[in-house]
Design a protein around this ligand. Structure first.
Ligand code: SF4
Ligand code: SF4
Length: 379
């Protein structure tokens, strides 16, 4: 993007400030009326309109990059609320495009070390565990493969989760394969957050080529961050679907046990909801499992980010924890005793400092359990 293009996009923001809040008429608690994890915690420059002004200043050359600007930029979780909200109104500021561009052009010396290491997320561990899936009939891709499960960076070494996913796939009776012995590059938003455009493009090129070579039509993705990157960057004709969509469709035809839990609430992951527009599947699953769901007030496309995104969890875990507290405040108000998540990063961040009497549970674990998974299968 040229400086002129950046300026033109940043000028779309008239600093109306409405994206700092939510729009419903009745607000049960004033604390739930705000949005933007960084803006509601730090205010001013950290709000979307402040960040858009920052972009304007950089594009015009009135502002020079320094550590203070970097601090503001990397406090944003790239949750996408401002972008999504602005599209609902009379103007559209492409907030995410602008924020990603700022992360690309910021001088290397100001990029946080933890974020610069994003490129390491492309490394496949020598003892990766994808072969766990073979126990459940998931074959290594050789020749044509219609449907595959993507080995993202949160799954590669995660044998317990691979056992649950393998079990679910087995129960579906569908033929699903996986690049097991030679995994696809495990792309995620860390590469975008870290400004690793070159590496991301190279990884996507490889993914697209191998998908085409093997005639893959459908790719099931567990980590919503990987899903949104694949949907955005792939040039292939394959369809990329979330594991929650796969599970919700499966539960339409399979008998599943009701899951016995006290009242639950659900955290919409930004990359599943706002980025991939998948709000329905997790709710279809929870209904099918017979759960008593009490939604938080900021829900669906008004959902509040848990605070993990944009590299904040890796780079500023103290800040991610503060952001998560805003979400816990609202979750506690529902009276629910279980927080259900559909994203490994929401799960990890919400576990930090969680209220003692509320459990955090991954929705895929519940689906496996409802289909009869006991954990003994993993042994
Ligand atoms: S991003 Fe859109 S909604 Fe937010 S302050 Fe700017 S113009 Fe207003
Ligand atoms: S992407 Fe989210 S955290 Fe970043 S400025 Fe927009 S609303 Fe705030």
């Amino acid at each position: 993007m040229t400086k002129e293009e950046l300026l033109e996009k940043a000028l779309c923001c008239n600093r109306c400030g409405t994206c700092r809040g939510v729009v419903q008429d009745a607000i049960p608690d004033i604390a739930f009326a705000t949005q933007c994890p960084s803006g509601m915690t730090m205010f001013g420059a950290y709000e979307p309109s402040g960040l858009m002004y920052l972009a304007r200043g950089i594009a015009q050359g009135d502002l020079k990059w320094n550590e203070d600007l970097a601090k503001v930029l990397y406090a944003c979780t790239l949750c996408g609320y401002c972008d999504d909200f602005c599209q609902r109104g009379y103007r559209h500021t492409p907030g995410i495009e602008i924020l990603e561009e700022l992360r690309r052009i910021i001088p290397d010396r100001l990029k946080p070390r933890a974020i610069k290491q994003a490129v390491k997320t492309l490394q496949i561990p020598a003892n990766q565990k994808l072969s766990v899936l073979e126990k459940y009939g998931v074959s290594d891709v050789a020749g044509k493969a219609n449907t595959i499960i993507f080995g993202d960076n949160t799954l590669l070494s995660n044998a317990p989760k691979l056992n649950e996913i393998g079990f679910i796939i087995q129960k579906s009776g569908k033929k699903v394969s996986c690049f097991i012995s030679d995994p696809l590059p495990p792309v995620s938003t860390a590469l975008i957050n870290g400004g690793c455009e070159k590496e991301l493009n190279a990884a996507m090129k490889e993914i697209d080529a191998r998908i085409e070579e093997h005639g893959v039509k459908k790719v099931i993705v567990y980590n919503p961050e990987s899903l949104s990157v694949l949907q955005k960057c792939s040039q292939s004709d394959a369809q990329f679907v979330s594991i929650t969509r796969f599970e919700a469709d499966l539960l339409k035809s399979k008998k599943a046990k009701k899951v016995k839990l006290p009242a639950v609430t659900y955290q919409d992951p930004c990359h599943l909801g706002r980025y991939s527009k998948e709000y329905a599947a997790p709710r279809e699953i929870m209904k099918k499992l017979g759960l008593n769901v009490i939604e938080m007030w900021r829900t669906g496309n008004n959902s509040l980010c848990c605070g993990a995104g944009g590299g904040v969890l890796t780079n500023r875990s103290d800040l991610a924890k503060r952001y998560a507290q805003n979400r816990w405040h609202e979750a506690k108000a529902t009276g629910a005793k279980v927080m259900i998540t559909a994203c490994p990063f929401c799960n990890a961040n919400l576990r930090q400092d969680k209220p003692r009497d509320i459990k955090v549970v991954d929705i895929t674990s519940l689906v496996a359990q409802a289909l009869g998974y006991t954990g003994k299968e993993a042994r």
